[in-house]
Design a protein around this ligand. Structure first.
Ligand SMILES: Nc1nc2c(ncn2[C@@H]2O[C@H](COP(=O)(O)OP(=O)(O)OP(=O)(O)O)[C@@H](O)[C@H]2O)c(=O)[nH]1
Length: 677
């Protein structure tokens, strides 16, 4: 049974970080201390509660973003776990879309690392208020203050320390709360479940006072009342300070910074407190906006349980053969066994069950309402990105946009039985993952999977084998190209055919003009209305777009082109949508025959971290791969080389880099743009 909740006590938060910074370990501790799990699962034992898919446990990484619920004091916290590898940025984007606030987890040794930069910028785009947790204070080389500096420098954020650590590395003992001016220590025997807050030891007093002063100064700059009291040397109460920090954090004027060691069970409870104190509830963020499906009017939905329903499906998972849809409810409520309206499908769907998710365990709810993030069983046709609403208040909440796939592999089932399963399995994967594309190679009959990177596709293949027992032969990864025209071209075609006893005739002329990179495909009609009636234009556009998707040179989508419908006509009694549609794509094919064309390939932003000694070799290797080095920045004893390199030349790079640097070099890679080969 669900208790009635106070929306202002809900915290929908994400935990985001660079791979290995310790997100999963932090989340595990949160679940342990909030009493939701009865033992601490360790990532390195393959037992973490959040990482429950077989593949995640084998690889010790987080692939899907699972939502999990916990209660801390009076706060209802819903955590969306987000993966740290770039190949899964779509998961991160999805999560950001439904979050109200986030915690950036950083490693006290590495500070801001490349992927945390990427995720941070994504969160900037979604205007998500954030706190930072500097984890791994127990590691050799841990430096809380340097990590804070790197947040300021690399993320252009305003980090404000609300704690300072007591000691570091193997002498890390606990933290000082700069608001209450107390020293917090954890009991190792109870795995940190017990902790005490008391007076600050003399040895740390000076440090605490210095940083308390810095905290007051920073908050004064953002809050006039605090400023007045600070300058007047008046007492500032803990509550006043908290309120000012809360307001500034929600305005995204500051990032409160805390620290600890998740592995050593230190620092988590104050982090939970801070989630309630400083991160927004659904009421503290702007109301979600949507568009009326018919009128296009912009509608706003406040987080009210009794308001009209507005919910977004942000993820769909196939679990044990059943479809589980994850939805964030922005306004209104849903009930188990009730109906919801999906305006994209223009029909109602039935909710057979509503589930509160605790990683891989679920609790049945009778209803869920504004602010909740729940799993729904029973939605048959709704997909990721769909809105659920009431039929009398239809709305489309803003859709999520996904990056285009850049890598493909050909797969072939090993046996006849596998062939039969394959299509089924792929269909399931595509429902879950909008960045996975599946197509058939006409000549060879092979199935082509396209995705965001090598790891993305590798995991799909390994899930096929492990979860669905489907074996496939896998080809080498190939780059997904785009085709463009490099000069204007024209084409004309005539379509004349008798279909089911009716004569069709159409004559269409089109012009294709190249556009600058990244423009996609645009369409306009200059054909006189008396020659092609307006009702046929939509069909012509659809026909043309379809033929551009199929490519011309090598079958890759044609992009960055303006299509102009120049002229056309039909004959009395032979006019039809079908005729114009087919004829338009024929005219485009004619134009492409006359056109000068080129291929575009994916170009990647690559960041390589190499020890000083291997720098020369690393740069020579990047050059040999056709890369262009853009900057080299020293960072403690390593160099960070930023370069742009064609993706086609990056296959096998991780192995090459590892062997050239005796395993010390690492790199990250992200899609930058498509450019000419
Ligand atoms: N020394 C130390 N190690 C830690 C700490 N927190 C996590 N680790 C270790 O760091 C490694 C990575 O931790 P995870 O929690 O899996 O990191 P993650 O950010 O979730 O990584 P992905 O799920 O792969 O993105 C594991 O081996 C953890 O045991 C810490 O506070 N101190």
């Amino acid at each position: 049974m669900s208790k009635p909740k106070n929306i202002s006590k809900i915290r929908n938060i994400g935990i985001m970080a660079h791979i290995d910074a310790g997100k999963t370990t932090v989340t595990e501790r949160i679940l342990y201390y909030t009493g939701r799990s009865h033992k601490i699962g360790e990532v390195h034992d393959g037992e973490a509660t959040m990482d429950w898919m077989q593949d995640e446990q084998d690889r010790g990484i987080t692939i899907t973003s699972a939502v999990t619920y916990c209660q801390w004091k009076t706060a209802s916290i819903q955590i969306i776990d987000t993966p740290g590898h770039v190949d899964f940025t779509v998961e991160v984007e999805r999560a950001l879309r439904v979050l109200d606030g986030a915690i950036g987890v950083f490693c006290a040794v590495g500070g801001v690392e490349p992927q945390s930069e990427t995720v941070w910028r994504q969160a900037d785009r979604y205007k998500v208020p954030r706190m930072a947790f500097i984890n791994k204070m127990d590691r050799t080389g841990a430096d809380f203050f340097a990590a804070c500096d790197s947040i300021r420098e690399k993320l252009s954020a305003n980090p404000v320390m609300i704690q300072v650590p007591i000691g570091a590395e193997d002498r890390f003992q606990g933290v000082i709360d700069l608001l209450t001016m107390e020293q917090i220590a954890w009991n190792d025997e109870t795995l940190g479940a017990e902790y005490t807050a008391g007076p600050i030891d003399n040895a740390f007093r000076e440090l605490a006072e210095e940083y308390r002063d810095k905290l007051l100064e920073a908050v004064s700059e953002l809050d006039d009342d605090i400023m007045e009291k600070y300058l007047g040397e008046e007492d500032i109460s803990v509550d006043e300070l908290r309120a000012a920090i809360r307001a500034a954090t929600i305005r995204r004027d500051m990032v409160p910074v805390l620290c600890g060691s998740a592995l050593k069970n230190k620092g988590i409870q104050p982090l939970l407190d801070a989630i309630e104190y400083y991160l927004p509830s659904p009421k503290d963020v702007p109301p979600v906006k949507g568009e009326h499906p018919d009128t296009g009017d912009i509608l706003e939905f406040k987080p009210e349980k009794n308001g009209p329903l507005a919910a977004l499906i942000f993820k769909v998972s196939m679990i044990e053969g059943r479809k589980l849809s994850f939805a964030r409810i922005y306004s209104g409520k849903i009930a188990s066994g009730g109906d919801v309206f999906n305006p994209a499908l223009k029909r109602k769907e039935k909710l057979s069950r509503i589930l509160r998710m605790h990683a891989n365990k679920r609790e049945r709810l009778d209803e869920a309402s504004a602010g909740d993030i729940v799993g729904i069983v029973g939605l048959k046709n709704s997909v990721t990105g769909d809105t659920l609403c009431n039929p009398d208040h239809p709305v489309f909440l803003e859709k999520m946009e996904y990056a285009q796939p850049v890598i493909s592999i050909a797969i072939e089932p090993k046996t006849h039985a596998d062939q039969e399963k394959l299509d089924d399995v792929l269909e399931k994967f595509m429902i879950e993952d909008p960045t996975l594309k599946v197509s058939k190679e006409e000549e060879t009959g092979q199935t082509i999977l396209s995705g965001m990177g090598e790891l993305h596709l590798e995991i799909i293949i390994s899930r096929m084998i492990k979860e669905f027992n489907t074996s496939v032969n896998v080809g080498k990864p190939q780059v997904v190209y785009r085709e463009i025209i490099t000069a204007p071209a024209r084409g004309q075609a005539v379509f004349e055919q008798e279909i089911q006893g009716k004569s069709h005739y159409a004559n269409v002329t089109v012009a294709l003009n190249p556009m600058v990179r990244g423009q996609g495909v645009t369409f306009k009609s200059l054909a006189p209305e008396e020659k092609i009636a307006p009702q046929y234009i939509q069909n012509i556009e659809t026909g043309i777009r379809g033929s551009l998707d199929g490519g011309f040179l090598k079958g890759y989508p044609i992009v960055d082109v303006e299509i102009v419908l120049v002229d056309g006509f039909s004959e009395e009694g032979k006019t039809s949508e079908l005729g114009f549609g087919v004829c338009a794509s024929m005219a485009v094919k004619e134009a492409l025959k006359n056109a000068k064309m080129a291929l575009l390939e994916p170009i990647m932003d690559v960041e390589v971290f190499v020890p000083d000694a291997n720098m020369g070799d690393a740069i020579a290797d990047l050059n040999a791969r056709g890369g262009r080095v853009e900057s080299i920045t020293p960072k403690s004893d390593i160099q960070v080389v930023k370069a742009v390199v064609p993706l086609s030349r990056m296959f096998g790079y991780s192995t090459a880099l590892r062997s050239a640097t005796q395993g010390r070099g690492t790199f990250t890679m992200q899609f930058k743009s498509f450019d000419t080969v």
